[in-house]
Design a protein around this ligand. Sequence first.
Ligand SMILES: [Zn+2]
Length: 154
Amino acid sequence: MCLICDRINMIKNGTNPYFVKELKTGYVVIGDNQHFKGYTLFLYKHHETTTELFHLNRQERALFMEEMTLVAQAVSKAFNAEKINYELLGMGDAHLHWHIFPRRTGDIGDYGNHGKGPVWWYPMEKMYSDDNRPSPVELEDLKKRLLCELEKLL
Ligand SMILES: [Zn+2]
């Protein structure tokens, strides 16, 4: 079993507190840790044999990319990002899922190239520290803000 499939099952049975919205190709969820305020993920609906973008047929891939782009636009608006960073990795969980990071000047401190660089130049233990987990009230606020912007675009 994979962590992403577990989270999707929680969405389906109504027990995933991070769930924001279901789109045609995937699910929008707020990230567990919020060092990058508004960090959001877009989880592709299927796992099975589709673990690369090139495994999807053109029509499905175009829709997945389009929906991910709309999610990014909503994240940017909802959380006042200066720039969005997009990541599709999967060495931990091969399940297709986009990491969508709203970036702001100074958000990686002095790490990286004097504070400039990708999110993963910020130390992992800080990025995934329990200090960055939103409280239930903060989580509801993040979800509400994102859903509001997302619905304007759909
Ligand atoms: Zn999976």
